[in-house]
Design a protein around this ligand. Structure first.
Ligand SMILES: Nc1ncnc2c1ncn2[C@@H]1O[C@H](COP(=O)(O)OP(=O)(O)OP(=O)(O)O)[C@@H](O)[C@H]1O
Ligand SMILES: [Mg+2]
Length: 333
C-alpha cells in the first residue's frame, strides 16, 4: 500500500508519518519509509540523531543508478539520460518490491530500528532553491516518483511517504501515485485551504484523500474541521506529550503513546487498508502514461532531444504478479 502524508508546512506531516510508520512496524508489517519533504525531518522523527540523519544517502544524488537499474533491458528507453521522472515501466523494466534487496535499496535505503522492529528509510536529500522552481529534470522528488511507478506492493506491505504538496507533485502526477493520501490539517483557515487546493487537483484522478486533523484542542476545533472538510475528516489528533518527549530526544517506548493516538493510527491503517479492494492497476498505469506525455510535451522532449512518447509500452500494465499473491495451498475438499 502506498500512502502519502501531505499538508501545510508545520502541520505535522512528519510527526504523523513517523507515528504511522512506528504503528505499522510495531505490528510486524514491512515498511519502506520515504522522506520527500522539503524539510528533511523524517529520520530524526524516527529516532536518528543529527549525525546519522546527515549521513543518510540521498536518492537525489543517485538518480543515474536508480534509472539504470529500473530501465533494465527495456528497449524503449535507450539510456538513463533519456529517462525522466515520469518515464513509465514497460517490458524489460525492472520492478521494485517492498520486501526484497535490490541495488536501489542497497544504495539509498537505511535500516532504522524502532523498538525491536526494523524499517527501511529512503530520503530525497535536502532541497535547494533550484529544486523548488521548475527544474523538472533534476527534481529531487523525481527519484521517488520513478520508484513508486516501478513498485509493485501487495496487501500488508507499506510505503509511507512524507511529502510536500507543492506544484511539482501536481505537475508530475506524483499526487496520483498513492492508494491513500492523508492530508494533515490544523484547525485553521490556512490548514483547510491546502485541503481545498489538493481536493481540486485530486478530483479528476480518483485520488483517495482523507483529512487528519492535528493539534486539535477541543470540540470547537473538531466542529471547525467538520464544517470545512465534511466527511473527508477521518480522525483528529491532539497535542501529544509522547511526541514532545521524542522531540526532546527522549523517546519513550512506542506502546506508551497515548491511547487516543494509538486508536487514531489504527483508524488511519484501516482506511488505508480498505483501499486495497478498489485498487485499479490499469488506471494506475494509464495515469503515469498521461503525466509522462504531459511532461514530455511541456519540457521533456526539448530537454532530452528525444520523442519521449516512444518510451510508452502500450501493452504494459503494472500489477502484482499472480505468483507472489497466493500464500498457502488451497485445502483439499
Ligand atoms: N500531535 C502533536 N503533538 C505534539 N507536537 C506535535 C504534534 N504534531 C506536531 N507537533 C510538533 O509540531 C512541529 C511541526 O510538526 P512536523 O515537523 O511534524 O510538521 P511538518 O508538517 O512535517 O512540518 P514541515 O513542513 O516543516 O516539514 C514539531 O515540532 C512537532 O513535534
Ligand atoms: Mg516535515
Amino acid at each position: 500500500m502506498k500512502i502519502a502524508f501531505v499538508g501545510k508546512g508545520g502541520s505535522g506531516k512528519t510527526t504523523l508519518s513517523s507515528l504511522f510508520i512506528r504503528h505499522l512496524a510495531a505490528t510486524g508489517a514491512p515498511v519502506l519509509a520515504v522522506d520527500a519533504d522539503i524539510n528533511q525531518h523524517l529520520g530524526p522523527a524516527l529516532g536518528l540523531d543529527e549525525a546519522e540523519a546527515a549521513a543518510l544517502p540521498a536518492m537525489g544524488d543517485r538518480l543515474p543508478l536508480i534509472k539504470d537499474y529500473l530501465r533494465g533491458t527495456n528497449p524503449r528507453i535507450s539510456s538513463a539520460e533519456t529517462m525522466i521522472k515520469t518515464t513509465p515501466p514497460g517490458a524489460g523494466s525492472r520492478l521494485l518490491r517492498v520486501c526484497e534487496t535490490n541495488p536501489v535499496y542497497e544504495a539509498c535505503a537505511h535500516p532504522v530500528e524502532l523498538d525491536g522492529a526494523a524499517v527501511r528509510l529512503m530520503v530525497t536529500g535536502p532541497f535547494t532553491e533550484a529544486d523548488l522552481g521548475v527544474a523538472c529534470y533534476h527534481s529531487k522528488t523525481g527519484a521517488v516518483e520513478l520508484c513508486l511507478n516501478h513498485l509493485v506492493d501487495g496487501r500488508g506491505e507499506y510505503v509511507v511517504v512524507d511529502m510536500t504538496a507543492g506544484s511539482d507533485s501536481f505537475a508530475s502526477g506524483m499526487f496520483t501515485r498513492f492508494d491513500m493520501t492523508f492530508l494533515v490539517a490544523e484547525p485553521t483557515r490556512k490548514g483547510v485551504s491546502v485541503y481545498r487546493q489538493y481536493k481540486e487537483y485530486a478530483r479528476d484522478f480518483g485520488v483517495a484523500l482523507k483529512v487528519v486533523g492535528n493539534k486539535v484542542q477541543g470540540q470547537d476545533d473538531i466542529d471547525f474541521l467538520q464544517e470545512e472538510v465534511g466527511e473527508d475528516l477521518l480522525v483528529t489528533v491532539g497535542h501529544s506529550d509522547w511526541v514532545r518527549a521524542m522531540e526532546k530526544g527522549r523517546p519513550p517506548r512506542f506502546e506508551l503513546l497515548e491511547d487516543a493516538n494509538h486508536l487514531a493510527l489504527q483508524a488511519l491503517r484501516t482506511a488505508a487498508d480498505a483501499t486495497y479492494d478498489v485498487r485499479d492497476w490499469d488506471r494506475y498505469t494509464r495515469q503515469m502514461v498521461h503525466f509522462h506525455l504531459k511532461n514530455a510535451q511541456s519540457w521533456g522532449n526539448a530537454r532530452t532531444g528525444v520523442d519521449l512518447a516512444s518510451q510508452v509500452d502500450p501493452g504494459f500494465v503494472l500489477r502484482e504478479s499472480l505468483h507472489s499473491v497466493e500464500v498457502g495451498a488451497p485445502q483439499p475438499a
